[in-house]
Design a protein around this ligand. Structure first.
Ligand code: PGA
Length: 248
């Protein structure tokens, strides 16, 4: 049996939500508990990044594909680093859809984040019709292969993956633990064809309507190492209970 050193993780993706009061509340709630067996990461909108205390692990929700210069409205990886980010969500389905981010752009962003020493949280996942028409695994493999071609398998030692079926995001329609496990195991198997150690050790999060009430069952699946949480990450108590489910 392959051994692994995977550490659980829960990342809260606030999306375009939250306010200064929530920054304080979240910080206070997280300060009251010790979560020794997992990493809790907050990914707020850009302006709030600078408001968090140093003991909170921070992630950005996006970064520019460019290094600096005349790119109005964009934020570079070096700026995010200066504001304390150690993670960056890359390739979220909402950005792929709203901002037309292709697999190629996603791959470039992952490479730039890695070069800057930050950990990409690389999102992938299928729309419902892909699952229905039976092309789920080839669709997911293609999303991952675009990044593999750009950065190579060795760099996957420095990447966190997040499987987010689009039909489960913000819909209340969570993937069943078996559906999540099936895809996570497929991904590990896909990477194992290139490097079995990296495949065994890469952290794979599940995202899509994770709540305090379903987190434990999802996280108990063999290949599910935690979650990327949208809606429930806006309530500090709910977020904490999800973190506690990952801390066991
Ligand atoms: P949700 O969002 O938890 O609100 O479904 C998850 C995500 O989009 O990261």
């Amino acid at each position: 049996m392959q051994t692994n050193s995977r550490r659980s993780m829960v990342a809260g993706n606030w999306k375009m939500n939250g306010d200064k009061a929530l920054v304080k509340q979240m910080q206070n709630v997280l300060a009251e508990v010790s979560l020794d067996n997992m990493d809790a990461v907050i990914c707020p909108p850009f302006p709030f990044l600078g408001l968090f205390a140093d003991n909170i692990k921070l992630g950005a929700q996006n970064m520019s594909q460019f290094d600096s210069g005349a790119h109005t409205g964009e934020v570079s990886v070096s700026i995010l680093k200066e504001f304390g980010c150690s993670y960056i969500i890359i390739g979220h389905s909402e950005r792929r859809e709203d901002n037309f981010e292709s697999d190629d752009v996603v791959a470039i962003k992952v490479e730039k984040a890695l070069n800057a020493g930050l950990t990409p949280i690389l999102c992938f996942g299928e729309p419902e019709k892909i699952r229905e028409d039976g092309s789920l695994f080839s669709y997911i493999a293609a999303q991952l292969d675009a990044v593999l071609q750009q950065v190579g398998i060795a760099q996957f030692a420095n990447i966190v993956l997040a499987y987010e079926p689009i039909w489960a995001i913000g819909t209340g329609k969570t993937a069943s633990p078996e559906q999540a496990q099936e895809v996570h195991a497929f991904v590990r198997g896909h990477l194992a064809k290139l490097d079995s150690d990296i495949a065994a050790n890469i952290v794979i999060l599940y995202g899509g309507s994770v709540k305090g009430s379903n987190a434990e069952e999802l996280f108990s699946q063999e290949d599910v190492d935690g979650g990327l949480i949208g809606g429930a990450s806006l309530n500090p108590e709910d977020f904490l209970s999800i973190c506690q489910a990952a801390n066991q």
